[in-house]
Design a protein. Structure first.
Ligand code: SF4
Length: 299
């Protein structure tokens, strides 16, 4: 299998066949993100993709998974025709695969017509991972996300319409130090995600990656990192304000988070809030600050 760039994949895809169809991210401008900073976006040739699929079909290990995860930053940006050709090759050589999943940006969905979304779903595309980050317009502008909150809601609703499963990845701590900012961001993110039906909500917490704009701003004294207490308050606010019509898994199983929580919202909301409140009551903000050495977190 050809892999020539750093691989990022969601934890849930640990057993999936990882197929490189692109390298890099077409946006590559989010202020906090260093994932593809030094990788120019390019598409893998269809010949190479086919070669890799054939190789996967001969690898016994891959017989036990029915999922293919397309690499890298936002393969859903590709034209529908190309995505369909890739799906066709996957189904031809890996007939046991049911789900083709990948990262997608809001703009990648926006560029596809309703008809295209329908065709892609029928071809096996599903379980899209979306970097939603925040429901706060000010935060999206600050990080240069490239889409608005309203666009994100509109495109997630389109995915709902065609019965896609999708996962919303959100980031606490984006606006930096201050409990007021944490409360505002958390509230707006929870409210935003209550308007759509994400199958899963995966909070992570912003970490300064050397070489990124946010890291430089911090060095220049223009940005102060959120405290662990701020981040936990923001996570609490997200959960408190989450009232989606359908249930969603929420899991903070990522090493950037101050605390691990996992449950189904809305039914588990009270339990999750009580778990967070217990920590907030037991530990002082100063003690919490010692819990994580953010310099050693790999994103
Ligand atoms: S956060 Fe996602 S969209 Fe933004 S630069 Fe990084 S990979 Fe690209």
């Amino acid at each position: 299998m050809k892999y020539d760039a750093q691989i990022y994949r969601p934890p849930k895809e640990y057993r999936s066949i990882l197929l490189q169809v692109t390298s890099g991210c077409t946006h590559n401008k989010c202020r906090f993100c260093g994932m593809y900073r030094y990788t120019n976006f390019k598409m893998e040739t269809l010949e190479q993709v086919e070669k890799d699929i054939i190789e996967a079909s001969k690898t016994p290990y891959y017989r036990s998974t029915d999922r293919v995860f397309l690499l890298n930053g936002n393969p859903f940006v590709m034209q529908t025709d190309r995505l369909l050709k890739i799906a066709e090759m996957i189904h031809k050589y890996l007939p046991w695969v049911n789900v083709i999943t990948t990262y997608s940006s809001i703009k990648d969905i926006e560029r596809k017509t309703d008809e295209e979304l329908k065709i892609l779903k029928n071809a096996g595309y599903n379980d899209l991972y979306l970097g939603i980050e925040s429901g706060n317009q000010e935060a999206l502008e600050f990080i240069n996300k490239g889409n608005t909150v309203d666009e994100a809601i509109r495109e997630m609703k389109r995915l709902d319409k065609f019965e896609y499963n999708y996962y919303a990845m959100v980031l606490t701590g984006l606006m930096g130090k201050g409990v007021d900012k944490a409360i505002e961001n958390g509230k707006l993110t929870g409210q935003m995600l209550s308007k759509v039906n994400a199958r899963g909500i995966f909070p992570m917490s912003v970490t300064l990656v050397p070489g990124t704009e946010l890291w430089q701003m911090c060095r220049d004294g223009e940005y102060e990192e959120a405290s662990e207490y701020d981040r936990l308050i923001e996570l609490r606010q997200i959960i408190e304000n989450l009232n989606p019509e359908k249930t969603a898994l929420i899991s903070s199983a990522h090493n950037s988070n101050t605390m691990y929580i996992k449950g189904i919202v809305p039914p588990d909301k009270d339990r999750l809030l009580k778990q967070i409140d217990r920590i907030l009551n037991e530990a002082s903000p100063e003690e919490m600050q010692e819990w994580i050495d953010r310099k050693n977190i790999l994103i």
